[in-house]
Design a protein around this ligand. Sequence first.
Ligand SMILES: [Zn+2]
Length: 228
Amino acid sequence: MYYPRPGDYIDIHNHDALPVSDIFILDNLMAHEGKLPDHNSGMNYSMGIHPWFLNESNQNQLFEFVNQNTSDEAITAIGEAGFDKLKGPSMSLQRSVFEQQAVLSEKLGKPMVIHCVKAWEELISSHKKLKPKMPWLVHGFRGKTELALQLISRNMFISFWFDFVIRPEAAELIRSLPSDRIFLETDGSGADIREIYKKVADDLHISIVELQNQLLLNYNNIFKIRGK
Ligand SMILES: [Zn+2]
């Protein structure tokens, strides 16, 4: 397990990332790919079952892989996992496998990283049912302010979709949310996290250093890191 330091840019959700100095990455491992963490990479990892790659015949095998490997200390979060109405198997299968992973997140004391497309009712309904103590991080967010605030009121964090957050119209959403609940990400797109920080710092009328400090606090908060 690694820890971000003051002055780092935190990329809270990436795929197949390579280490870059001054960028602290939470790299995502998808169970269907069968990849394990590299303990010398300087990165931390999330591991989970992405709904796009789930089906009736692989569900047990994928969950077994996640269950066996996520106690590894380099894996600090469970996911990405979640719901997608546009792609993937039935909502009932998506929901049962999501909830299995959320139960594992509670057992291991590791937060969830969530993929959610047009299935907010399902996500909130699972949250109401499971009443998790671990925070859930909704990645790739590009929805309405009211929805973001509703998720935040349920102890969730919001990471903005990399391609939305750099648009001028994203400024209003960014400014409307409590800054202790937000994260930034590149999601395997090759976007430059430093440019995303610059845009968001400008939107919030703060310096990049102030934004780095805030997102470091948020990181330490979601991962319950004290005194680092
Ligand atoms: Zn992703």
